[in-house]
Design a protein around this ligand. Structure first.
Ligand SMILES: Nc1ncnc2c1ncn2[C@@H]1O[C@H](COP(=O)(O)OP(=O)(O)OP(=O)(O)O)[C@@H](O)[C@H]1O
Ligand SMILES: [Mg+2]
Length: 214
């Protein structure tokens, strides 16, 4: 290659951790759950590298799919992808809300073929999104189970960091906290953590272990 000296591939969860402001060069354990559109990446990071990790294809897009599937089944109504995403972001939740919100949506009635408007409540979204939320929580549990005890103890002291746009779904932090008994924090600038972290990582390559900067 002309001009390029070296090419670095930085694992997404590591970039997310750096972007979230975690000092990953220390010998203690940090858990990052990065929920994007297509995938949820869960990693325990220590000494600049990931110790245990997993990646599942359940993230923001899957939540949208479950919203659309629920509405089709309950109301016999087909809604578009953008409507499903808007519903998720506006009234979607995975933990019971004190105040129920609602949103009007337009779709096509399957029996008449005509455009129809219905009102969807957040309590319905809670029902619709339970399954994908549980899949993410199960994946976090399985990573915690495989985590060496000292690192697991660090995580339970310091908490779990969530990054990525998908983690913004209402109540996911509470649900994960309740199910794991570990404090859950949503990183600042959660949507841009990976990009921020990749930039910072390139400025501080020393902090990454061999494996993480192949
Ligand atoms: N306020 C919000 N509430 C719920 N979901 C949200 C919110 N804002 C963004 N999202 C969701 O976040 C997802 C995109 O997140 P992000 O930008 O981190 O993904 P990505 O990095 O492009 O995807 P991947 O990491 O899978 O490649 C989309 O599914 C989007 O609907
Ligand atoms: Mg991402």
């Amino acid at each position: 290659m002309l001009g390029a000296r070296k090419v670095y591939l930085i694992e997404e969860p590591i970039a997310a951790a750096i972007g979230a402001g975690i000092d990953i060069s220390k010998p203690c354990g940090n858990m990052v759950v990065d929920i994007g559109g297509g995938t949820t990446d869960i990693a325990v990071i220590s000494l600049g590298g990931s110790v245990v990790s997993t990646s599942i294809k359940v993230a923001g897009d899957k939540f949208d799919e479950y919203v659309a599937k629920y509405i089709k089944k309950k109301y016999n109504l087909i809604i578009g992808e953008r409507t499903a995403e808007e519903l998720k972001q506006t009234v979607g939740c995975v933990y019971p809300k004190i105040q129920d919100n609602e949103m009007e949506v337009r779709g096509r009635d399957l029996s008449t073929g005509l455009p129809t408007t219905i009102v969807i409540h957040s309590s319905e979204m809670l029902e619709a999104l339970q399954e994908p939320a549980n899949m993410i929580i199960d994946a976090v549990h399985s990573v915690l189970e495989k985590t060496p005890p000292e690192l697991a103890a660090d995580i339970s002291d310091k908490g779990i960091y969530m990054t990525g746009g998908g983690c913004l779904i209402d109540g996911l932090d509470k649900l994960l906290q309740e199910r794991t008994g570990i404090n859950v924090m949503i990183a600042q600038d959660t949507v841009s953590c990976v990009a921020l972290g990749t930039g910072k990582a390139l400025d501080n390559l020393d902090a990454l272990d061999e494996k993480s900067r192949r």
